[in-house]
Design a protein around this ligand. Structure first.
Ligand code: SF4
Length: 617
């Protein structure tokens, strides 16, 4: 079981709060977290609704393993309709909030409607109340965190909040919990702001119980931890270098998108890599990386805790940003670094702090700035729009300025806050937007990794590496090595990774565990925690059901198979200019029809009646 079986429903329009029972039939069919909350969402909203209207619903949700002693099991997700893409949105975060929600006795919190005034939700075990947030509105996440800890006189309160970016309409605003863990993608923070909900603060002391077979569970969890400890990636690479272990690897294989995907290798990669974060810097002689850290219950500990050099030009407040905070992960180091052509480690660390402080998705922001830099260099944007700033590739000053104005929603930052697609359309160059379904690309080039191109094109929330991380196979050889330049077998590989991602995100564990765990390692932990038989096969069948349900939501929202595509730059106009993929574009047209066929979808990308019936949809 491992469920509290309690759902908290909060109607923000009239302020009513009620308790209801978790639908255990749905928990059986959709496992939890991503899958289960999506099932609730599709039953409760019109997929065509305006994502920023009171008609949208936002669900904060845990999985059956969240809060248990399984490694990495501190996760929660935010499920809603995305204002950035118009698709389903599901953003996953670590830290301690998910565990606290479970310990307070709630599996899920459903927010409906829109509050007439700014409020925050305070939960202390079974007590839940909406409190005024007038003094919090207009403040950053870090300021909200400090104020709520002080006001409630409780240092153990776990807080998730939105910052100024969400309030000013940035379409890719995040929700940040525990100061630097984020439900980052697809604009879930923007939806929260549209509901006048500034924060959720939780204190839970009830404990997590109800494991179906405690003895079997503790054995499965211990076996899982041993596998993580013995694995080179989860036992050594991630604790030492974090996901930044990938910067030099991706650059060497020619898969590091550079200057808005004009190139695939960055001459400054070494200066912004995980290895560089360990080096003493010239200014103050300290290393960028202070230590590593871990989310609740995690035995991998990939988090980076970093400092910025106090003498660096970007640090205007000499005390505020010198403190330890969430440091660079590969995606952020890439989006602000290689994709903007910037090799200044302190500048990109500083702007990453700003993203934590005001809750913005650093992937979307960095990629949008990269597009703006190309628009500037092409003359489509001028100093007239930027107020005098020369928005050129490679300029750390321009990067810092662009992030500062966006997180505060000031001037040209308002336009950057609309994302790459809308920005490039506005300035008449839509082809310069590196997005799928309106969401900005992560840090792997589809010309150099054929599989990840198909995964981006077919991802249910727009371009995303976490919805089908074929990089594991195409680069790291996990679970088997495949040739990144080869298209054969990639449709099967993408489907397998996508279905597995749906299981992992629904269980309450971290995606990084799958560098070491296969479904054969995960299923026994779910099986011992939950009622019924959860074999690896059943888990993957549930994963496919979840994926197809998300697809159906998107189709009902108005998307079609035509949205399963990549920018022309990557499939036709601009072949990779160096490295092993030199001369290659992504061959999506070869892979997509096979992918649809394997999924049991029509040639237009619609699940057939037979497929829906097979999956019980
Ligand atoms: S692997 Fe990293 S992100 Fe995942 S739970 Fe552990 S510390 Fe958090």
């Amino acid at each position: 079981m491992s469920w509290t079986r309690n759902v908290l429903r909060v109607n923000l329009t009239n302020g009513s709060i009620s308790k209801e029972s978790l639908n255990m039939k749905w928990a059986n069919d959709y496992l939890g977290q991503r899958g289960l909350a999506t099932k609730y969402l599709v039953e409760e909203i019109d997929p065509k609704c305006d994502a920023l209207s009171p008609d949208n619903v936002m669900i904060m949700t845990t999985g059956p393993l969240t809060g248990t002693s399984a490694s990495t099991a501190g996760r929660y997700s935010v499920v809603t309709k995305s204002p950035l893409t118009g698709t389903i949105a599901c953003s996953n975060s670590g830290g301690y909030l998910g565990n606290e929600m479970k310990n307070a006795g709630w599996d899920m919190v459903i927010f409906e409607g829109k509050s007439p005034k700014p409020v925050y939700l305070y939960i202390e075990n079974e007590k839940a109340e909406l409190l005024p947030a007038d003094e919090l509105w207009g403040k950053s996440v870090w300021e909200v965190d400090e104020l709520l800890h002080t006001n409630h006189q409780d240092p153990l309160l776990r807080i998730a909040a939105i910052g100024r970016a969400a309030e000013s309409g940035c379409l890719y605003a995040a929700i940040v919990n525990d100061l630097h863990r984020a439900a980052g993608r697809s604009g879930v923070g923007t939806v929260m702001a549209s509901k006048n909900l500034k924060a959720v603060a939780i204190r839970g002391t009830l404990g997590v119980g109800n494991l179906d077979n405690p003895e079997a569970f503790f054995k499965a969890a211990e076996d899982g931890k041993k596998i993580l400890a013995d694995n080179a990636v989860t036992g050594e690479g991630l604790p030492a270098l974090g996901t930044q272990v990938l910067m030099n690897i991706m650059n060497e294989m020619g898969g590091l998108p550079t200057r808005n995907h004009r190139e695939v290798q960055f001459e400054g990669a070494g200066k912004i890599s995980g290895e560089a974060m360990l080096e003493p810097r010239p200014g103050d002689g300290r290393a960028n990386l202070t230590t590593n850290g871990a989310c609740f219950g995690c035995t991998i500990a990939c988090q980076r805790i970093s400092t910025v050099d106090k003498t660096h030009f970007s640090v205007k407040d000499k005390t505020k940003y010198h403190g330890n905070s969430g440091g660079l992960e590969y995606e952020n180091a890439w989006s602000f670094g290689a994709d903007c052509g910037v090799d200044d480690l302190d500048a990109i660390t500083y702007v990453n702090f700003l993203c934590n402080e005001d809750a913005v998705d650093p992937i979307s922001l960095g990629v949008t700035i990269a597009a703006a830099m190309e628009l500037f260099e092409e003359g489509a944007i001028t100093v007239k729009e930027t107020g005098g700033m020369e928005l050129k590739f490679g300029s750390a000053e321009a990067l810092v300025w662009a992030v500062e104005v966006t997180v505060k929603g000031e001037g040209f930052g308002k336009e950057l806050g609309l994302g790459s697609k809308r920005l490039c359309e506005k300035y008449g160059r839509p082809e310069l937007s590196m997005t799928v379904k309106g969401q900005e690309f992560p840090a792997y080039d589809p010309r150099s990794l054929q599989g990840i191109g198909l995964a981006y094109a077919t991802s249910n929330r727009g371009a995303c590496h976490l919805r089908g991380y074929t990089v594991a196979s195409e680069v790291l050889g996990i679970p088997v090595k495949t040739d990144p330049l080869e298209t054969e077998g990639k449709p099967e590989l993408v489907k397998a990774f996508q279905d597995a991602s749906a299981v992992v995100d629904s269980a309450g564990i971290c995606a990084f565990s799958t560098f070491a765990w296969t479904m054969e390692d995960i299923a026994p932990q779910i099986d011992a925690a939950c009622e019924g038989d959860w074999s690896a096969e059943r888990c993957l069948e549930v994963g496919e059901r979840i994926w197809t349900m998300e697809r159906d939501f998107n189709l009902a929202a108005g998307l079609t198979g035509k949205d399963d595509t990549l920018p022309k730059r990557l499939i036709k106009d601009m072949a990779a200019s160096s490295g092993p993929a030199k001369g290659k574009v992504n061959e999506l047209d070869k892979m997509l029809p096979q992918y649809y066929e394997i999924r049991g979808w029509t040639e237009d990308g619609v699940p057939t009646d037979e497929t829906r019936s097979r999956l019980g949809l």
